[in-house]
Design a protein around this ligand. Structure first.
Ligand code: ME8
Length: 511
């Protein structure tokens, strides 16, 4: 049986249209899910929308719509964005679905049964934009006297009856959990931040609200709705069929990787494992945080008018090109800036020249000089052996980087081989061998096909359509496109389809 692997994205708030930041985390999670499938895992990949809470209720009011109609519209738009980005999610979760309300209710009951919930009164600061409670010492005062959180979100004073989760009692157990699971939080900067936050002492957490009603009702206390983060985090188990622990999908819990943006690691790495352990459920295996994108050096904002919808980039540059750029341009855990010139340059240099030309040159020589028939390997020279050995080691190199979610390093490993293959073909010059030594020319071209096959196989998660196209041209049958299949050579003598370019150059439209 194939091992199970469960990958998630954050569920996105439906208080506005999707932008490149949302698309980014979705694409990263998709690349991971596709890589795991390619590597023989039985994958469940979940994404969706976070639809309750004050922020969404407010946005609906501003749009003049009732919250359900409003969330239906925006959730559909997020789903459309997810499809446009080529995501291979197995389900689409919305927190307004009945299955999710059932799941939240049961999780609440289990936490309550363990004695970790009590009724009290919350009085303190709340930021609607972050849907988060803040301590006085986490805030700064602006010159006009208003207070803001570190995220820049304004806060307001809230005073209401509330249920609390006994988070304070979880400090030692959480610290022990982090110590025993050194890979639970990535990158290290996020891990250190979380650990020092927990070491600093934990306050009990307000987990219900009474001053608005757009949420999941608290069991047996209909005046309260659940705090939107308790509701939202629960989506990850709802997706696996919770509370039905006999559901086929329950085999996927605990999640292998929750992909999140770095600003929400605290919710995923502190509150979430505490809620789960309190309810007697296993915590997730890993929370992997991505850094932030800005655009041409500026933070995206509606007032600057520089918010990018990833779908516009896809329309301009192509889907695989955008997926590649996003994962290549910045280290996953770090911050980065989207630059239009940078996208065009990566397309032209790395995709069109380095990779596209490499395949095109090799395949057109086979078409022209060998009648499109895949040649057999010849006697292996030292140079052949070096290139073939590094192509053979590529799956392990890429796998190791993927396990760390350092996507840019995975791509870097692939590009090392691509550059080595370009050097090899230039030195071997099979076009010249056509006149002097056709046997050696054939052998060189076979080394090229085998090397490009390894490259294209491993790039499939990043650029599924273009790599399917390339593998087709290399004569790799569909059933032989996973990592395990790389150990079985292609049959000599098969007829390859006529080669055609995979990556067109990007030409700036005339102004
Ligand atoms: O936080 N750069 O939803 P959200 C990189 N509903 N990633 C970005 C980004 C940027 N500029 N902007 C957004 C929520 N993201 C909650 C999550 S999960 C149980 C609940 C990505 O709509 C990043 O992954 O504010 C970030 O964490 C997420 O979108 C926030 O989406």
């Amino acid at each position: 049986m194939r091992p199970a692997c469960y990958i998630t994205t954050p569920i996105y708030y439906v208080n506005g249209a999707p932008h490149i930041g949302h698309a980014y985390t979705t694409v990263a999670a998709d690349v991971m899910a596709r890589f795991k499938r390619l590597d023989g895992y039985d994958v469940f990949f979940l994404t969706g929308t976070d639809e309750h809470g004050q922020k969404v209720e407010q946005a609906a009011r501003e749009a003049g719509l009732d919250p359900q109609t409003y969330t239906d519209g925006i959730s559909a738009d997020f789903q459309a964005m997810t499809r446009t980005m080529g995501a291979s999610n197995d389900d689409w979760i919305r927190t307004t679905q009945e299955r999710h309300k059932l799941s939240c209710t049961e999780l609440w009951r289990r936490i309550a049964a363990s004695g970790d919930i009590y009724l009290g009164h919350y009085e303190g600061w709340y930021a609607i934009r972050d849907e988060a409670f803040y301590d006085e010492n986490e805030l700064t005062t602006r010159p006009d006297g208003t207070k803001v959180a570190a995220s820049g979100a304004p806060v307001e004073w809230v005073r209401e009856p509330s249920y609390f989760f006994r988070l304070s009692a979880w400090q030692d157990r959480l610290l022990k959990f982090y110590e025993e699971n050194p890979n639970f939080i990535a990158p290290t900067s996020s891990r250190n931040e979380v650990i020092s936050f927990v070491r600093g002492g934990l306050n009990d957490l307000s987990i219900s609200r009474t001053t608005f009603c757009w949420g999941v009702p608290v069991p047996d206390a209909p005046d309260h709705v659940m705090y939107v983060w308790l509701d939202a985090l629960t989506n990850y188990i709802t997706g696996c069929g919770f509370p039905d622990e006999d559901a086929p999908r329950w085999r996927f819990w605990p999640a292998d990787i929750h992909f999140v943006g770095k600003e929400i690691t605290r919710f995923h790495a502190v509150y979430w494992p505490a809620f789960l352990m309190s309810a007697g459920l296993k915590p997730p295996k890993r929370v992997s945080a991505n850094g932030w994108w800005v655009v041409e050096g500026e933070k995206m904002s509606k007032s600057l008018g520089n918010v990018i919808d990833a779908r516009d980039l896809v329309a301009t540059y192509g889907l695989d090109q955008v997926r590649y750029y996003l994962l290549r341009e910045k280290p996953f855990g770090g911050d980065g800036s989207i630059a239009y010139k940078g996208i065009a340059s990566r397309i032209n240099v790395e995709l069109a020249n380095d990779l596209g030309n490499l395949a095109q040159r090799s395949l057109s020589l086979i078409a022209r000089n060998l009648g499109g028939v895949l040649p057999a390997r010849g006697p292996v020279t030292e140079e052949d052996a070096v290139l073939l050995a590094s192509a053979g080691a590529l799956p392990d190199m890429v796998r190791a980087a993927m396990e760390r979610q350092t996507f840019h390093e995975a791509l870097d490993e692939v590009w090392k081989i691509i550059r080595a293959a370009n050097g090899y073909i230039d030195r071997q010059a099979p076009w010249a061998l056509n006149k002097t030594d056709r046997v050696r020319m054939a052998a060189v071209l076979r080394v090229m096909v085998d090397t490009i096959r390894a490259v294209a196989t491993l790039l499939q998660p990043f650029m599924p359509t273009s790599m399917a196209n390339m593998l087709e041209q290399l004569g790799v049958p569909e059933h032989a496109r996973d990592i395990a299949a790389l150990s079985a050579p292609l049959a000599d003598g098969i007829h390859l389809p006529a080669p055609r370019g995979v990556f067109p150059r990007y030409v700036e439209p005339a102004a």
